[in-house]
Each structure stands twice: as structure tokens, then as C-alpha cells.
Design a protein around this ligand. Structure first.
Ligand SMILES: Nc1ncnc2c1ncn2[C@@H]1O[C@H](COP(=O)(O)OP(=O)(O)OP(=O)(O)O)[C@@H](O)[C@H]1O
Length: 579
């Protein structure tokens, strides 16, 4: 049973006025007991459920308006909020506060151990919910779908399992409440209240109801994951190794083949991070486990030798200071430099070269790459990103931008660089795995305008080069000057990375550069024993197009095309050098 607290609900029922209880609070326990006895009860799940509900409303002045929901009437009682002066974390609250909380309907076992987690809240009554059916089971909980009768809406009630006699267990559970209460974000299910009572040994967490969970979505064959989502999984498997069959079985995903990598990938975390210290590697190894049961916990990680061995973290105040500079500023500077130099000439050449080749691939100029003197590795990254993007959306415009927000031609114009007349769009990282308002079910459905290539975004994320072109179905491929800038940017970014790396080494600072890590994930020249690792400088981009039964074949096709393109690029480069 229980009670619930909610900021926005006017709750019915209750036999006592909460004000009376508050007046008689901490010192008059016997009276409280009497009051408790007068509450109505019902049995729910074998546990006594006492009916009492009320609502609190925080006011900016620190007071709380308590609404007695007795007989459906609201009574406002202004009262100072349960104040606990600077009482961080969870734990005991002052006795007086505990008394008030108990008077408000909280069980003493909760208030005494985790008073801070429930501070300012009042439990709501289980009777104001109609439990519908079980919808899930977690490690520590059973979740039910329920109707909040008071607010006429569907909610999820999570009954947490814990030993209310064990303070550690209560604290553990209270920590979840404490954290959940702090989270207020549209993408995070909100904790709306709690159901319990003075006499109850159980606790229900009241959440907004969510129609889906990831497992549910994954098991629905009609829902296709987008290409980058599949690709991300493959990248993880390539680094961390393919999960075992047992693991897939444990997941019980009927359509898990969609996510299974076509080959068995050997775990190569140690190889990838071999330059790191052994203590760092040990930590990374435990954290990068695909199977959560094998993964190190945050608490264990903090105890890692890595944090106590040399080089120790530096004092943040000793870090170098730089003048403000943003990615966009650097790009604008590049743009200005290019306009001044002879690059314009080169752009023309590349533009015409690109036009000669029909099809989107033509826009990747190997001449350009050669001129820029970037390593073949970078050229390949560039080519691969481009190549793959084109394979995905051969007739569409490719603009790396905000994922999930399709760009129309008019949008592109808005980003035109006034100074150069070049199309300029600021690349951004891939968006979240699950876009806020539902993800696109395949690229074709995304919009009626040019889609954003998520692959390009991924490439950007991993430090690879993303090239782009502006195309429309009835247009010839238009070379975009941005093409010329990208390799420069990459070279600069690689230099910058190297620079920061050497700085790091010099300073022995432990600043983990995300892009560096990602770059190091790219397999090196060694072939993996299973023959599916990288060979030479070839980079295996993971993941085919959208979920497909023929993923294996598609991956092979991708690789073949990438190799083909790389060969052509090399040939072109050699020819250019001979001239
Ligand atoms: N707010 C909600 N709305 C709808 N369904 C929910 C809600 N919260 C949980 N569920 C369902 O209940 C299941 C169990 O959720 P719960 O949060 O207890 O466990 P978990 O987080 O998945 O696992 P664990 O507790 O082991 O970490 C979820 O997988 C989901 O299907």
C-alpha cells in the first residue's frame, strides 16, 4: 500500500488532515499511532496498504503548501519546508525532521536512514492508483502499469525490492530516488512520486509511463534501426570483440541477428591501447566489457591503481590557458586563408574533374587529396566516409549537420558563406541513439529533403574525414569547395591531436582525448587472426545499411568498393606525381 507524493495532483481520500498530523508530529508518537490506526487500509500484494494521500507544492520562499485531500477538498496549510541545512547525500536527518516526515506519512525506517531522499515530499496513497498489470521486471524491482485515478493518467509503478530492516539496503534504494528526483529532462522518465506509508514495509516509485523499452523495440522486426545505430554496435564489437553465443542467448532477442556482427571479432582492446600504461589498460579492459556482468563498476573503477599511480592527475590550475577559440572560428579562419591563397585555382580544377565523372563518387578528388599531401590513410578515411555515404544515399545531398533535422536546399542556402560564396555547414556529432521524438524508420522516411548522412557524422566523431557534395536528383554532381577544406581540416586536426598528445606526454597529464581514443580504435596494419581485422591501412567501417538479412554480403560489398576506390585514389595520386 502506500501513499504517493506528487507536485501536481490533487489527491482524494485520507482520513486525517495532514495538518493535524504535522501539529502532533515528532514528540507525540502515541498520538501518531492513533492517527495511523484511523487510516483506512487495504491489502495489496500481500502488504498492508494504508490509504493516505496528499500533495505538496514547493514555493520559492522555501515553504510548502500541503493539501489535505480529504473528501476531495484542498486545504492549504502553509508550513516551513522540511529543511535540512546543507545535508548532502543520504543519511540521517535531524530527529525533528524525521518526526515531521513520519508525521507526513513516511515510514520511520525510510526517514531515519534516507530522510534526505524524501525531503519535501509527501507519500501518496496506493488507493489513488488502479494497478493494471505487470509490465516489467528489473533486478531490484517489479514494474506495473497503473492508472493514476486522481490525475487520470497512466503511470508505471515500480515496486522496489529491498530489505527495509537493513539500513544499507534502504540507503541503496534511497540513492536511486535521490538521483531520480534530481533528473529533470524530457528524455528521462520522471519520478513523479512515491507510494508508502508509516506502516508499510514496501515502496513504490511512481513514474511517467513509457510505451517502449529498447528490448521491446529491438524485438519488433518491423522497426529498423538506422544505419549509424547498427554501425555503432559493430564498432563496439570490433573493439571489444564479438559477444559470445551465451550472451546473445541471455539477451533473448528474437531478432538479434540484426545486431550480430557477421564475423567473429577478436577483442583488441589491449592492442588498441597498447601505448597506455598497464594500469590504464587494466582499467579500460574492465570498463569496456560488452557483457554488463563482466563490466567493472564505477566504484571499483575509482579504486583502480590507475588513479593512484604515477603520473598523477595535475592540478587543474596548472593546465595551460588558451584564448577563446571555437571550431567555427577555426573554420572561418581556414576559409579566409584559402580565399587568399592559390587554393581557388585548385578548386576550379577539382570542380571540373569532379564533373567529368558521372555519379556522386566523382566529387572526391584524388588530385585534391594528393595536393594536400595528407597521408593515404587520411585519404582513405576521407574516401571511405564519402564512399559509404554515397552508397547509402547515392542520389541525395550529403551534408553533415544536425542529425535528424533534414536540410532542404533553402536551408543550405542559409548557411552559405557570404565571403566565399561556398556552401558552408558546420558539422556536428551524431545525435543520440534514440532521437527524442521517435527515430526515423529508415532513411527513406526521414524527410522529403536531402537527408543528413549519419555516417558522415560518425566519421567526424571518430576523427575520420567526411567529405560532402551537394546534389539533387536532377542535377549533376556539384563539387563543393568544402571538399578541399576537409582534408586540410583533418590534417590540422591530426596535427592538433598529435600536438596535444605530445603535450600530454610532456606534461604527463591524464587527459583522455576522446577523439584520440576513437582514432586508436581503428585497427592497425596487423591482420587479426580470424582474418577479419584490418589489413594494411585499410579501415573496416563497421555495419552495412539498415538492418538486413544480408548484412554479411553488404559489408563485403562495402569493403570491396572501398578497396576499389582506394586503389583508384592511389593510382591517381601516382599519376599526378609523375606529371
Ligand atoms: N516508466 C516506465 N514505463 C513503462 N515501462 C517501464 C517503466 N519503467 C520500467 N518499465 C519496464 O519495466 C522493466 C524493468 O524496469 P526496471 O527499471 O525495474 O529495471 P531495469 O532498469 O530494466 O533493470 P535493472 O533494475 O536490472 O537495472 C523495463 O525494462 C521496462 O520494460
Amino acid at each position: 500500500m502506500g501513499c504517493i507524493c506528487s507536485k501536481s495532483s490533487a489527491v482524494e481520500d485520507n482520513n486525517e488532515s495532514i495538518s493535524k498530523k504535522l501539529q502532533s508530529s515528532s514528540t507525540r508518537t502515541s498520538e501518531l499511532n492513533v492517527l495511523r490506526l484511523s487510516s483506512s487500509k487495504r491489502v495489496e500484494g500481500g502488504v498492508d496498504v494504508k490509504v493516505k494521500a496528499s500533495l505538496n507544492e514547493k514555493k520559492s520562499n522555501g515553504s510548502v503548501h500541503l493539501y489535505d485531500d480529504q473528501n476531495g477538498r484542498k486545504k492549504k496549510i502553509e508550513k516551513t519546508e522540511f529543511t535540512v541545512i546543507d545535508h548532502p547525500g543520504l543519511g540521517r536527518v535531524p530527529k525533528a525532521i524525521e518526526g515531521e516526515q513520519v508525521a507526513a506519512g513516511w515510514p520511520a525506517w525510510l526517514s531515519s536512514v534516507a530522510g534526505d531522499a524524501i525531503k519535501g515530499w509527501i507519500p501518496r496513497s496506493a488507493d489513488t492508483f488502479e494497478r493494471l498489470h505487470k509490465i516489467g521486471q528489473g533486478t531490484y524491482s517489479t514494474v506495473y502499469k497503473a492508472r493514476d485515478v486522481t490525475n487520470q493518467k497512466i503511470v508505471a509503478l515500480k515496486k522496489v525490492r529491498f530489505d527495509n530492516l537493513d539500513p544499507e539496503s534502504v540507503k541503496f534504494m534511497a540513492r536511486e530516488i535521490h538521483i531520480l528526483r534530481k533528473l529533470d529532462h524530457p528524455n528521462i522518465i520522471k519520478l513523479e512520486g512515491l507510494i508508502t506509508s508509516e506502516t508499510s514495509r514496501s515502496l513504490y516509485l511512481v513514474f511517467e509511463y513509457m510505451e517502449h523499452d529498447l528490448t521491446g523495440l529491438v524485438s519488433n522486426p518491423s522497426i529498423k534501426f538506422s544505419e549509424p545505430q547498427v554501425e555503432q554496435l559493430h564498432r563496439i564489437f570490433k573493439l571489444c570483440g564479438s559477444p559470445s553465443e551465451d550472451y546473445w542467448l541471455k539477451l533473448r532477442l528474437p531478432h538479434s541477428t540484426v545486431f550480430k556482427p557477421p564475423h567473429h571479432y577478436r577483442r583488441c582492446v589491449a592492442d588498441t591501447f597498447k601505448e597506455y600504461s598497464s594500469t590504464a589498460l587494466k582499467l579500460i579492459e574492465t570498463l569496456l566489457s560488452v557483457d554488463p556482468s563482466q563490466r567493472g563498476t564505477a566504484a571499483a573503477a575509482l579504486k583502480s591503481e590507475f588513479f593512484t599511480s604515477e603520473p598523477l592527475p595535475c592540478d587543474p590550475s596548472s593546465l595551460p590557458k588558451y584564448p577563446p577559440s571555437k571550431e567555427i572560428d577555426a573554420k572561418m579562419r581556414d576559409e579566409a586563408t584559402r580565399r587568399q591563397g592559390a587554393v581557388g585555382e585548385r578548386e576550379k580544377k577539382v570542380g571540373s574533374a569532379a564533373r567529368q565523372e558521372k555519379g556522386p563518387r566523382a566529387v572526391v578528388s584524388t588530385k585534391d587529396n594528393a595536393d594536400l599531401g595528407a597521408s593515404i590513410q587520411q585519404v582513405k578515411h576521407h574516401s571511405i566516409s564519402k564512399n559509404r555515404s554515397e552508397l547509402s544515399y547515392p542520389h541525395r545531398e550529403h551534408v553533415s549537420g544536425n542529425q535528424g533535422f533534414p536540410h532542404r536546399q533553402s536551408d543550405v542556402k542559409e548557411t552559405e558563406n557570404n565571403l566565399s560564396g561556398h556552401f558552408y555547414r558546420r558539422p556536428s556529432h551524431s545525435g543520440p541513439l534514440v532521437p527524442g521524438s521517435g527515430w526515423p524508420r529508415g532513411v527513406k522516411e526521414v524527410d522529403n529533403g536531402p537527408p543528413v548522412s549519419n555516417r558522415v557524422n560518425l566519421a567526424k566523431l571518430s576523427g575520420l574525414v567526411a567529405s560532402r557534395t551537394l546534389l539533387s536528383e536532377d542535377q549533376e554532381p556539384k563539387p563543393v569547395p568544402f571538399l578541399h577544406r576537409k582534408p586540410i581540416e583533418v590534417r590540422r586536426s591530426v596535427e592538433a591531436t598529435n600536438g596535444s598528445e605530445s603535450r600530454r606526454r610532456r606534461d604527463k597529464k591524464r587527459i583522455v582525448d576522446h577523439s584520440q581514443i576513437v582514432n586508436r580504435r581503428v585497427p592497425t596494419e596487423k591482420s587479426t587472426p580470424d582474418g577479419h581485422g584490418s589489413s594494411g591501412n585499410k579501415i573496416y567501417m563497421s555495419g552495412p545499411l539498415l538492418a538486413s538479412n544480408n548484412m554479411d554480403q553488404m559489408l563485403k560489398d562495402h569493403d570491396r568498393k572501398i578497396q576499389e576506390f582506394s586503389r583508384r585514389a592511389r593510382g591517381e595520386k601516382v599519376r599526378t606525381q609523375r606529371k
